[in-house]
Design a protein around this ligand. Structure first.
Ligand code: HEC
Ligand code: HEC
Ligand code: HEC
Ligand code: HEC
Length: 154
């Protein structure tokens, strides 16, 4: 009897958690500064990339002229508070995975919104539309000037 109650309670908890996950499908952004303290190597080299400076480039542009829709690819969010292609544009909104207890467990981090970039991540902005060219992720994994240094280089 007791065992059945516990199993039922567990079952309900799993259902409740699953529901929460769906509700939290959108993971809020925290900004690159929040990633910096634990990922200095990646942060410092990312700062030098054109990704980091992409909002400035778009704003300085006259052809095409800057307008709000440029933010879709030249910024991380739709207002301008997260300028450029920040960590979270490629790795997902960090609000739910940035805690050490979650970050150190890759599966938990992924369950909480961490994205290990795939070709589809790049395709979101690198289209073949006369403005942006397609990039091949596999050819750019070691392209530190475009992505960032990796931990192995520490
Ligand atoms: C409190 C420290 C901490 C913060 C803050 C933090 N991380 Fe992490 N992160 C870690 C640790 C620890 C690991 C696992 C070991 C490693 O790869 O360094 C990790 C791993 C990762 C990985 C590699 C996952 C894998 O195994 O392939 C990515 C990508 C990542 N973090 C991105 C981010 C991003 C983006 C942010 C900001 C939104 C962030 N982290 C904030 C500590 C942190
Ligand atoms: C669909 C995503 C997307 C949108 C929307 C977009 N861009 Fe871009 N833009 C890119 C990509 C990706 C590149 C990198 C160049 C390439 O792929 O050839 C780029 C490159 C540029 C560059 C060249 C930067 C340099 O350093 O030479 C400028 C300037 C620019 N965009 C301005 C704009 C402006 C202004 C807007 C809005 C009118 C805009 N972009 C909208 C994705 C986009
Ligand atoms: C949020 C949109 C966005 C995403 C996601 C994105 N990029 Fe970009 N990327 C840009 C923009 C915008 C530029 C042009 C920046 C500029 O020149 O100002 C760019 C520039 C580049 C460049 C040219 C760098 C240079 O200066 O020579 C490479 C290479 C590149 N991206 C590779 C990638 C790869 C690989 C991925 C996937 C892991 C990726 N990008 C994901 C928007 C994006
Ligand atoms: C343009 C997309 C892009 C941006 C922006 C980006 N990353 Fe990455 N990141 C990648 C790719 C691609 C990998 C390699 C994934 C793989 O090995 O499959 C990676 C790997 C990582 C890793 C694990 C490997 C390592 O380097 O140790 C960490 C940690 C990481 N990124 C953190 C960050 C942080 C922090 C930022 C912002 C300061 C950031 N990334 C910005 C695309 C990006």
């Amino acid at each position: 009897m007791r065992k059945t109650t516990i199993i039922c309670a567990l079952g309900l908890a799993v259902v409740a958690l699953a529901a929460l996950n769906v509700a939290a499908g959108d993971h809020a952004y925290v900004g690159a500064d929040k990633c910096k303290m634990c990922h200095k190597v990646q942060y410092n080299s990312w700062l030098e990339t054109t990704h980091a400076k992409a909002l400035d480039a778009a704003k300085a542009s006259t052809d095409p002229a800057f307008e709000a829709k440029c933010l879709g690819c030249h910024a991380t969010n739709s207002d301008e508070s997260l300028a450029g292609v920040q960590c979270e544009a490629c790795h997902g909104g960090g609000a739910d995975f940035k805690k050490m207890s979650i970050m150190k467990d890759k599966d938990a981090a992924v369950a909480n919104g961490l994205v290990i970039p795939t070709q589809a991540t790049c395709d979101g902005c690198h289209k073949d539309n006369g403005h942006s060219k397609v990039v091949v992720l596999a050819d750019n994994l070691d392209n530190r000037a475009a992505i960032h240094e990796h931990k192995a280089a520490e």
